[in-house]
Write a protein that binds this ligand. Structure first.
Ligand code: PLP
Length: 424
């Protein structure tokens, strides 16, 4: 197929008229579709409906014989930590289960780091001239919002398909002002990429200017596979310990997209020193977490095999939605040069790299046609995508029928915006 850039002026005019007609016809259908939200669909939440009856009237005793209704158990039930050890890739005694939102744990660890410092700090991070975080791009907008909230300067780092560009990372972390780095190591939000063994090795081994530098290792999609291939990621705790930097990673995960997004469990893990530090802080915050919810999760998920079977049921529901988006993008855009896009094997997003300078226009065209898209720039620090090219598509929440329609409309918008940009 001839790319848009290789078309003659007459061909371009023709194609543009066709694309405009197709777009107008789509718009005339008066649809109302939303591809912004990386949320589980109601059918996915239904998979965990059985949990609502658990632990059940009269079932409140933990494996250790303790009363889950009472205060205490600050670190989380040992039987649950043993189960989550598979999720977060850490020994059970280095795991803390707290609350329902891993984002809240990231928030709290950053606030504690700013106010008190972390193990190895010379002073609280807020006493540094200007703490800096490295931010792989495209990335998760809420990570960036946390940095903005607390005045942490963000430096974008490009992704390579194997994780962040390590040459760039190694150059920046030599600066002692760089205190942290966001990492979504598996099925990254939104690129879907998986950090390679070599990326993990270099992150663990690299020389940092700050003695208290931390990797914020947000394994939000650890078991969220879209294919039968359950990709592993190299164990960051072990890699850092081997490299002589045992305290480097703070690990996070949650069951938000496993059981219930609004009533799951969040998990923190780290070296023994980091875990002690975390528990010392959280002991001031609470006299103990919701252990009935923890018991509910133990009863429902049971073990690693139960967790895996549950995630297979999620995959059966959402993989067809991802396939529908691929099909529409392929059909309308393959070979045109108007866009490139990811084919994720897990996670919740598809990233489209549209022609430079057209992402904002694609979002506008989509909105006029009744499709809500995440604002252009949302996947970059400060909401600024210098190329104006990245679009984040979230196919999980709408029904398969709606995703199929929306994907069609989005592909038409990308094509039209590209043809219009080419013609000037
Ligand atoms: N981290 C990443 C990378 C995410 O994509 C999300 C949700 O989309 C979260 C964290 C939120 O996690 P939680 O629900 O545990 O707060």
């Amino acid at each position: 197929m001839t790319t848009i850039a290789d078309r003659s002026t007459a061909e371009l005019a023709d194609l543009r008229a066709q694309a405009r007609a197709a777009y107008d016809a789509f718009k005339a259908r008066g649809l109302k579709l939303d591809m912004t939200r990386g949320k589980p669909a109601p059918e996915q939440l239904d998979l965990a409906t059985g949990m609502l009856a658990l632990p059940g009237n009269g079932d409140y005793t933990t494996a250790a014989g303790e009363d889950a209704r009472n205060y205490g158990g600050q670190q989380g039930l040992p039987e649950l930590r043993a189960l989550f050890s598979h999720l977060i890739d850490a020994p059970a005694d280095q795991i803390v289960v707290g609350g329902n939102s891993s984002l809240a744990l990231m928030h709290d660890t950053i606030v504690w780091a700013l106010l008190k410092g972390v193990p190895g700090s010379e002073r609280p991070w807020s006493k540094e001239e200007e703490p800096v975080f490295l931010c792989p791009v495209p990335g998760y907008d809420r990570h960036f919002a946390l940095c903005e909230e607390f005045g942490i300067r963000m430096i974008p780092v490009p992704m390579t398909g194997q994780g962040p560009d390590m040459d760039v990372v190694e150059a920046f972390v030599a600066n002692p002002a760089v205190k942290g780095m966001w990492c979504v190591p598996k099925y990254a939000n939104p690129s879907g990429e998986i950090f390679s063994d070599e990326t993990v090795r270099r992150l663990a081994a690299m020389k940092t200017g700050a003695p208290d530098f931390r990797l914020f290792w947000d394994n939000a999609y650890a078991v969220h596979h879209l294919t039968p291939d359950r990709h592993p990621v190299r164990d960051i705790l072990a890699a850092c310990a081997e490299a002589g930097h045992p305290d480097r990673p703070f690990l996070y995960a949650s069951t938000s997209k496993i059981t219930l997004a609004g009533a799951g469990l969040a998990v923190f893990a780290g070296s023994p020193e980091n875990t002690r530090w975390f528990l010392a802080r959280s002991a001031k915050q609470t006299i103990g977490p919701d252990k009935l919810n923890q018991l509910r999760h133990v009863r429902f998920l049971r073990d690693a095999a139960g967790l895996q079977a549950h995630m297979d049921a999620h995959r059966a529901l959402i993989a067809p939605k991802f396939a529908a988006v691929q099909e529409a993008l392929e059909r309308h855009l393959a070979g045109t040069g108007a866009a490139r896009w990811t084919r994720p094997e897990g996670g919740y997003f598809i990233t489209v790299e549209a022609r430079a300078g057209t992402a904002t226009e694609v979002v506008r065209l989509a909105k006029e046609a009744g499709i809500a898209l995440t604002p252009a720039g949302a996947t970059s620090p400060y909401g600024r995508d210098p190329q104006d090219s990245v679009l984040r598509l979230a196919p999980t929440f709408p029904s398969l029928g709606d995703v199929t329609k929306a994907a069609e409309g989005i592909a038409l918008c990308i094509l039209l915006a590209s043809l219009e940009a080419e013609q000037g």
